[in-house]
Design a protein around this ligand. Structure first.
Ligand code: GDG
Length: 442
């Protein structure tokens, strides 16, 4: 429960992306909801009074006139959001560069995909400084400032310097890797010092807390007492706060008439067709090609399911224009087309592939429809999709096949747990899920 005093004080949420993304179409500004775990998870907090959400609105300032910027600021102010405008060069080096080409792969245990460039780091520092200036402009001395994610690891320290009386929290949405991985980052010490500016540093799981404390000890030489680190008379607490979902939103939505109508419109699926669902951003950490190989193996091993099973693969566009992501999309599309070419009959295809954003009601209908939810990331901080499926199925039967490498696996031991690198065991898990008695599913 939040205390009364906290509820009245000023709360500033800071994340790289705002929950609203602005784009320009035919010269006009268009506003849309941002997709991804952080936006979904925080959207209910933003409804609290006296809250401002600070972040980048998703469009390069080079594309905007002064009038555009004023309009964006005014529109977003109605939603308690404050935009920070970034140039294309800043986005390339800070966002696509240090954040997504250095920290993201490293934090997900992909050191061989990691790029180290001095100019990425210089821009990371500069943009964290820009965020600090903007937050300072609106923060009172007693504000609670809640900084999110790996793109803003230097921000707690920068804010502490200028607003020492504020309360600063930091939450990491990705895994925090083991020391052996973290130590590979050239700027490891500066990143940790940045986080130590916070009063509270939160992670999804105790394993991530343990990894963080071990890096703190070995890189900065600071010890901790039960997760609390003492720094010149100040305490920095660390703990696990596994992120949740708006449970009612997902459990109730499946009962809505609009969602039921969408379900009815899926006339392709008769009672005997088994439906497997897969929903992720198209990111190499999510293990989509490996998942497809496992499904291909399942079809080889179980020809009796030909014509009776369908995999609905919802791949949501993300970080488009970055070579590795474009390459991943091509790999997925080649695999989908190979599997469909190999097994399709004139009136059936084993995979329905969507590379687009799915509206919320349709996503709810798909969760309701699915007999099996296939969540097999190679590494994932938490994974909200797994939680959403369980919530949507709360009165119904269904089976969640879940990667051991997700944060959510520590909370869902009842799921069918798999090693995402082991395609044979994923194919077997599909068989197990299909044969599982209804009462066990429930
Ligand atoms: C990061 C961490 C951590 C996705 N596609 C559509 C859509 N979504 C929604 C899902 C879900 C969210 O986006 C995805 O969240 P995840 O947790 O699965 O994954 P990331 O985006 O990688 O999130 C992750 C999370 O932050 C929170 O801390 O769990 O580990 O990587 O809510 O429903 N929603 C709609 N259409 C789509 O096409 N409506």
């Amino acid at each position: 429960m939040l205390s009364g005093a906290f509820m009245k004080s000023q709360l500033i949420l800071v994340s790289t992306r705002l929950p609203i993304t602005v784009s320009k179409k035919d010269g006009k500004l268009v506003y849309a909801q941002s997709s991804g775990g952080l936006a979904t998870a925080l959207s209910s907090s933003s409804l609290r009074k006296n809250t401002t959400w600070v972040g980048w609105p998703g469009i390069a300032s080079d594309q905007l006139t002064a009038v555009d910027k004023r309009e964006i600021s005014a529109e977003l102010a109605k939603l308690c959001c404050k935009p920070i405008f970034l140039t294309q060069n800043q986005i390339d080096l800070f966002y696509s560069g240090y954040s997504n080409a250095t920290l993201w792969p490293m934090f997900h245990y992909f050191p061989n995909r990691t790029k180290f460039e001095h100019e990425f780091w210089d821009m990371y520092r500069l943009v964290n400084g820009l965020f600090s200036n903007e937050v300072r402009r609106i923060a009172s001395d007693t504000a609670t400032i809640w900084v999110h994610d790996y793109q803003l690891m230097l921000l707690p320290q920068a804010l502490r310097k200028h607003i020492p009386t504020s309360r600063i929290g930091f939450f990491l949405h990705t895994p925090f890797p083991s020391y052996e991985i973290f130590r590979l980052i050239p700027e490891r010490k500066q990143l940790l010092d940045g986080l130590l500016g916070a009063d509270l540093v939160g992670f999804h799981t105790y394993d991530y807390v343990r990894h963080f404390l071990s890096s703190i000890q070995r890189i900065t030489g600071r010890n901790n007492t039960l997760g609390t680190i003492k720094i010149s008379g100040r305490l920095v607490k660390t703990d696990a706060f596994p992120i949740g979902i708006d449970y009612k939103k997902f459990s109730k939505n499946s009962k809505k008439r609009a969602v039921k109508n969408i379900l009815k419109s899926f006339h392709l699926f008769n009672e005997t067709t088994k439906v497997i669902l897969s929903v992720d951003r198209t990111d190499y950490t999510k293990g989509i090609p490996e998942r497809l190989s496992a499904y291909e193996l399942f079809l080889h091993n179980n020809p009796e399911y030909i014509g009776k099973i369908v995999l609905i693969l919802c791949a949501i566009p993300t970080r488009e224009g970055i070579a590795e992501y474009d390459e991943l999309r091509r790999t997925i599309e080649q695999k989908v087309s190979r599997i469909n070419g190999q097994f399709s009959t004139v009136d059936w295809a084993p995979i329905i592939y969507k590379y687009q954003h799915t509206p919320f009601d349709e996503l709810s209908a798909l969760y309701s429809l699915a007999d099996i939810m296939l969540v097999t990331p190679l590494r994932d901080g938490m994974n909200l999709v797994a939680k959403e499926y369980v919530a949507a199925k709360h009165h119904d039967s269904g089976v969640l096949i879940l990667s051991e490498m997700t944060g959510v696996a520590t909370e869902f031991p009842e799921a069918v747990l798999v090693n995402p690198n082991d395609t044979v065991s994923i194919a077997k898990a599909i068989e197990t899920a299909l044969e599982m008695p209804k009462n066990e599913q429930k």
